[in-house]
Design a protein around this ligand. Structure first.
Ligand code: HAS
Length: 563
């Protein structure tokens, strides 16, 4: 049995490693880029809700869809990817270390991503790529938009390779030891990201770029959308998993507790790897040309990916309850009293957790095949993802910012900044409750998404939409105030807060915790199962789509076939 277990090395014997100035510079550059994106994207969001209220017209002939594209691309793709890569580098650096070469390669990744982002941004700003963040064909953008996106993906792959290498080098030096939990989680997230982005890279390189360059006259729309959603759903877990890293391994330390179960946390992440990808058809349930059997199979797989989130909820409740009872708080809800409500490092992620209860429930509704026909393409879906990514994930990212940024800049989170952070969290929660709630209701009344002109269907319900659109404008304006607040806090923590030492809180396991089983580190097995599941869920649907490609639109263009 002993062979079956890894040495259950307590993390405090080797953690945390120190972060050098050069390390901080790399991590902070990614995070700063994310906050600049938040300002630009958030401002576009404000313009959108104002336009949709019907009481505001965009000045100087600016196009609504241009604004919507900037909002989606810069918040959904740029902010998230930069923050996640920067945060994950910090986690890896702190737990397994980063070498000079790895840091240098990390910088190459940054510049590749940034050149790509600038290229894509220029096309959008010139009005040559108003195709939204999903860039559905047959909407066509300037080739530089797709080339820019491809570079962002390649840059993020460089980060994948660096993170994998970091753990590999550590493993060589620590034979027989289990990898630190946070490093394990980062590596899983990056494996998932790499496999997922192969789909979007395929459609961009083989379909969109040749088509936008004029090598082909048409494009196979269904194939492009299927490849996009092969990537699009794991994209949302790429956002979620770094938040879960903080919930599992950082929040327990902040509340004065221990990790509930190292094994459970790892198992949840392995399940995310398996089930995040073979589920993309649940975004295409209303789409003709895809067989209903395969849609149903992917619906079932979608419900499998709910399980690791339920495990996470269980784990969080257990952490709170055990920590509370150790501090002497008894009774069914006594644990609630011990939580550090006045510590914004805890409060912001906790509000994110609360938002994920309705956010996750909404996801289950979306995924329920028949119910999807009620909400698909309505603004309900926009409400759903503002609760999940724009509340659960982003509030956790803010919670991380409150300690990570001062830790990296050698400053302190002062009492006044902490208080301002609490106000920021409240503004965010209130603004989002109003905006997202109104979006959900208007969606149920049939209000469309992705559209500035919501009066088109002429039904009786349209009259009811006005109030909800106004509520969205109010909620969105409160959110914009919250964005200004977090930017102010970020600037303070980066440049002006008093010098000092801020903790990098990494939780430990219980002293008498059961050793984590050896099999949880069987990387080759996990990747093989993931690939088998993907091949099972996608081979036949994609073969059928290619076989039935419309005349004159080859599935893949140059160099495979040029019409
Ligand atoms: Fe989703 C559409 C299904 C989760 C984001 N989703 C979207 C889109 C985005 C998005 C961006 O099946 C729009 C894409 C587009 O532009 O078209 N989603 C799901 C399901 C889940 C889910 C089943 N989504 C997310 C997450 C996102 C995200 C996470 C971002 C981060 N989603 C869909 C479907 C569509 C969709 C369809 C397509 C709709 C259509 O027709 O277009 C699940 O992963 C949800 C599982 C979550 C739970 C909740 C667990 C709760 C926890 C909190 C515990 C709280 C604690 C605190 C501990 C089961 C972990 C408690 C304390 C107390 C005191 C109470």
């Amino acid at each position: 049995m002993a062979v079956e277990k890894l040495i259950n090395c307590q993390q405090d014997s080797r953690l945390p490693l120190t972060v050098t100035k050069s390390d901080s510079k790399l991590y902070m550059t990614f995070i700063t880029f994310a906050f600049i994106s938040l300002f630009i994207g958030g401002f576009m969001g404000l313009l959108q809700v104002l336009v949709r209220s019907g009481h505001f017209t965009l000045p100087a002939g600016i196009d609504y869809y241009q604004v919507l594209t900037v909002h989606g691309v810069i918040l959904g793709l740029v902010l998230t990817t930069y923050f996640i890569v920067g945060f994950q580098y910090a986690l890896m650096g702190k737990t397994v270390g980063i070498s000079d070469t790895q840091r240098r390669v990390g910088w190459i990744g940054f510049w590749v991503m940034t050149i790509g982002t600038i290229l894509a941004a220029i096309t959008v700003l010139y009005g040559k790529a108003s195709v939204l963040y999903t860039f559905y064909a047959p909407l066509q953008a300037h080739p530089a938009f797709y080339i820019g996106l491809a570079l962002v993906i390649v840059g993020s792959w460089i980060a994948c390779f660096v993170n994998w290498r970091q753990l590999y080098v550590w493993k060589q030096k620590h034979p027989g030891e289990k990898s630190p939990l946070l490093a394990f989680m980062v590596v899983i997230n990056m494996i998932m990201w790499f496999i997922a982005t192969l789909g979007v890279a395929a459609t961009v390189l083989l379909q969109f770029i040749p088509w936008s360059l004029g090598y082909t006259a048409t494009i196979d729309v269904l194939l492009s959308r299927t490849l996009f959603w092969y990537f699009g759903h794991p994209l949302v877990y790429f956002w979620l998993l770094p938040a879960y890293m903080a919930w599992y391994a950082i929040i327990p330390k902040i509340i004065g507790g221990k990790i509930f179960s190292d094994s459970l946390a790892r198992l949840a992440f392995v399940l995310f790897l398996f089930f995040s990808i073979p589920v993309g058809l649940h975004h295409q349930l209303t789409e003709p040309g895809l067989d209903t059997t395969w849609k149903f199979i992917q619906t079932v797989l979608t419900f499998m990916v709910v399980i690791p989130s339920l495990m996470t909820a269980f784990s969080m409740f257990a952490t709170f309850e055990i920590t509370g009872s150790k501090k002497g708080y008894g009774g069914l809800f006594g644990w609630l009293k011990h939580l550090p409500w006045k510590d914004v490092r805890f409060l912001a992620p906790f509000v994110g957790m609360l938002a994920f209860i309705p956010g996750g429930a909404g996801g289950l509704i979306n995924a329920s095949y028949q119910l999807n026909s009620v909400i698909h393409n309505t603004i309900w879906v926009t409400g759903h993802f503002h609760l999940t990514v724009a509340t659960t994930v982003i509030l956790t990212f803010f919670g991380i910012t409150y300690w990570l940024v001062p830790h990296l800049t050698g400053r302190k989170l002062t009492k006044s900044m902490n208080r301002l952070g609490i106000i920021q969290t409240i503004f965010w929660a209130v603004g989002m409750t109003i905006m997202s709630g109104a979006m959900h209701i208007q969606g149920l009344l049939g209000g469309p998404r992705r559209s500035a002109y919501s009066e088109y269907n002429g039904s009786e319900q349209v009259a009811e939409w006005g109030a909800y659109q106004m509520a969205q404008a109010i909620g969105g304006s409160i959110l914009f105030i919250a964005i200004i607040l977090i930017l102010y806090i970020f600037i303070q923590l980066t440049f002006f807060a008093p010098k000092g030492k801020e903790e990098f809180p990494i939780a430990e396991e219980e002293e008498n915790a059961e050793p984590t089983p050896m099999w949880l580190e069987k990387w080759k097995v996990w990747v093989s199962i993931t690939v088998i599941l993907i091949l099972f869920a996608y081979t036949i649907p994609i073969v059928v789509v290619i076989q039935h490609a419309p005349p004159g639109s080859p599935p893949f263009a140059w160099p495979i076939g040029n019409n």
